[in-house]
Design a protein around this ligand. Structure first.
Ligand code: AHR
Length: 660
């Protein structure tokens, strides 16, 4: 019996020792990395940027700080079956007062803004008004100032003014103001409101006691506190999140939004500049209404405010290949083209855009920019033509026409072409053929793929021909669905593969000029596409692990790459090393997609023995399906880096900044 006990004890002990041995092996790998700081080569200092598209209510109801939904009464059933010009608006009145709300188009402020409302107010005591609940409620903060404005016109001979109020869920007034007397021509009235309570479910009430008929349009409410305090500005917290990536460029306004759902739906920049009441809103290809209050002027201004180069994309005179799918019956074969006889006008629009952005205030279009508040040129350098189009013969004809025309008149503008929707296949090949034939300076590639695809494509650009066009990885994201979920998720697994891919873009930064994750923003209540980099609603912002990765690479963008040798390469572990020349810093990024930690010995050349400091950022996680990284920060002062060893935890991204 005793012997048997001893035997069992021995087995348990041996198993335990074996477990310790195996888990210690599992726990850490050892990798040596030899970094050659003498053979550094120049890479793009604009590698990480932002791609902004109004989908998932990213603009109206999102980044654009307007709080009123359907402010211009232009919603229609053509945009959504259930919509009318009065959607989002409710007539409110006291019991014994007669009142009516109708819409009209006979005498608008501007033909681009055709529909407006008429408030009919009857005799008797009390008021008649209209109420708007914004985009899923209006968020109002105590003590903050709000800029209310309205275009109004008295249609009867009974002078009146408008009372403007913010109302909380209990129907209590939390801000109050009054317009001047409304006159008989369209005129804009402004009222500043200060809220005495915080609520995320406020309503705007605009009312009057005086009988008569009032035409109203462009009913608007903005927080005064917008990004950089701009009028007609951007929601500050969201804009700060985008700016937090430190994007070196911003591509806008899409995406599919650019080439549009049919010829009339192509994005036309001219409809999006000038006074907002003169702009032409339209159906958004993503199934809702775009006011274009966030238009080209605001996109250029936002880019400038973030220190990012503007990269507008214009349609290549063809529509989205899916737009005519209901006619052809075949998904991907519904591309429609602008008629050849209309091409000169389209090309003129592009010339006008360049003049609007860069021309002097004395030029026709430069003057408009100046009138909008920006006399200095925006210094446009890049222009995208086309968005992941099918590379058909019609596309090629039109792209070539536009390309040659722009090159002739504005040779200084660098054009970004397209290689179709996928990172390989027929359109990709043909897109590159076009780029080769015309010597297009930069070509846009798109890739939405499984994390494993990114891990196995770390060498994709190593073999690209350095003599050909540069690459813009214009839309990319790791897509992964987990059991039980019908849609792609933003997880650590996705983000780690993206970080790994970014190291390969840095290594190939001599030919990969730009990259931008897509899509950028999604309103949690109206998601068209998943995953996105940042989710939000009126009250909160949810940053994804992919955002942390983009931010880390954006903030630690190197401009010189150091070649290196890694002792082990057959696992999900990769690195990038280089220099931020202007700051005299060496940056090493270490990506570990494995379930065990790795000890990395970094060997620099002998000339770098010690550094003033090392800043260490670790983004790590216990599980691949986690939706958040744990962040660990550490700083070492005056460090000997001759034999520098860094532990890189399982599932982590480690960024080391060596201050020389
Ligand atoms: O990023 C979302 C969409 O993906 C873009 O609009 C389009 O270009 C691509 O298909």
């Amino acid at each position: 019996m005793f012997n048997k006990f001893l035997h069992i004890k021995k087995i348990i002990l041996t198993s335990f020792i074996y477990f310790l041995f195996v888990s210690s092996l599992m726990a850490t790998e050892n990798i040596t990395v030899q970094i050659n700081t003498t053979k550094g080569y120049k890479i793009s200092d604009q590698l990480v940027g932002a791609f902004y598209e109004d989908l998932s209510y990213a603009a109206d109801g999102g980044l654009y700080a307007e709080l009123i939904q359907n402010r211009s009464f232009d919603y229609s059933s053509a945009e959504k079956k259930t919509w009318t010009p009065l959607t989002s608006w409710t007539l409110v009145k006291t019991e014994n007062k007669k009142g009516q709300l109708v819409y009209d188009m006979s005498s608008p402020i501007h033909p681009n803004n055709p529909t407006y409302a008429i408030l009919k107010v009857g005799n008797g005591d009390g008021y008649v008004g209209i109420e708007n609940t914004g985009f899923d409620g209006i968020k109002i903060e105590k003590g903050k100032k709000y800029r209310f404005s309205i275009f109004a016109r008295q249609l009867s001979n009974t002078p009146s003014n408008l009372i403007v109020q913010l109302i909380n869920q209990q129907n209590k007034v939390i801000a109050n103001g009054k317009t001047k007397t409304i006159n008989q021509n369209w005129h804009q009235y402004e009222v500043e409101l200060i809220a005495n309570q915080t609520t995320n479910q406020a309503k705007l009430l605009v009312k009057t006691n005086n009988p008569g008929y009032l035409a109203i349009d462009m009913v608007s409410l903005f927080p005064k506190d917008t990004y950089k305090n701009r009028k007609n500005g951007l929601r500050k917290d969201l804009a700060n999140v985008v700016a937090g990536i430190k994007p070196k460029f911003m591509r806008f306004p899409g995406g599919c939004l650019v080439h549009g759902d049919g010829i009339d739906n192509m994005y036309n920049w001219k409809n999006t500049v000038g006074p907002v009441e003169h702009r032409k809103g339209q159906r958004n290809i993503w199934g809702y209404h775009q006011t274009v209050g966030l238009g080209y002027y605001e996109y250029f201004q936002f880019s400038e405010d973030m220190g990012a180069e503007p990269l507008p994309v214009i349609p290549a005179a063809v529509t989205c290949q899916n737009s005519g799918a209901s006619i052809t019956g075949n998904w991907g074969e519904g591309q429609m083209c602008v008629l050849v006889e209309n091409m000169p006008a389209l090309i003129q629009d592009i010339y006008d855009l360049i003049e609007w952005a860069n021309g002097p205030v004395t030029s026709k279009w430069g003057k408009l920019r100046a009138q909008a508040g920006h006399p200095a040129p925006f210094n446009l350098k890049y222009l995208g033509i086309g968005n992941e189009d099918r590379i058909t013969d019609d596309f090629q004809d039109r792209f070539s026409m536009i390309y040659k025309a722009v090159k002739l008149k504005y040779p200084e503008i660098q054009i970004v072409g397209t290689s179709g929707p996928f990172p390989d296949g027929e359109d990709y090949d043909k897109g590159w053929e076009v780029a080769d034939k015309l010597a297009v300076p930069i070509i846009d590639e798109h890739m939405y793929k499984h994390p494993d695809w990114f891990w196995s494509n770390l060498e994709r650009y190593d073999s690209y021909n350095r003599e050909k066009s540069q690459v813009y990885v214009g839309e990319w994201a790791a897509h992964i669905k987990y059991e039980g979920s019908s849609h792609n998720q933003s997880t650590v697994e996705a983000a780690l593969s993206e970080a790994a891919f970014l190291t390969s873009l840095e290594r190939n930064g001599d030919i990969v000029k730009f990259s931008s994750y897509a899509p950028l923003l999604a309103n949690l209540n109206h998601v068209n596409w998943r995953p996105d980099l940042v989710f939000f609603d009126n009250n909160k912002i949810q940053l994804t692990p992919s955002y942390d990765v983009q931010k880390l690479f954006g903030e630690n963008a190197i401009d010189v790459f150091y070649p290196y040798q890694q002792s082990k390469t057959d696992n999900k572990f990769t690195i990038s090393t280089g220099k931020i020349s202007a700051e005299n810093k060496i940056v090493v990024k270490l990506i570990n997609g494995e379930a065990q930690a790795t000890n990395v010995s970094l060997n620099f050349n002998d000339d770098i023995q010690s550094v003033k400091s090392v800043d260490i950022t670790i983004l790590k996680s216990d599980q691949l399906i986690d939706k958040k990284f744990k962040v660990h920060l550490q700083k070492l002062m005056q460090t000997d880096i001759k034999d520098f060893v860094q532990n890189v935890p399982a599932y982590s991204v480690v960024n080391l900044i060596f201050q020389l």
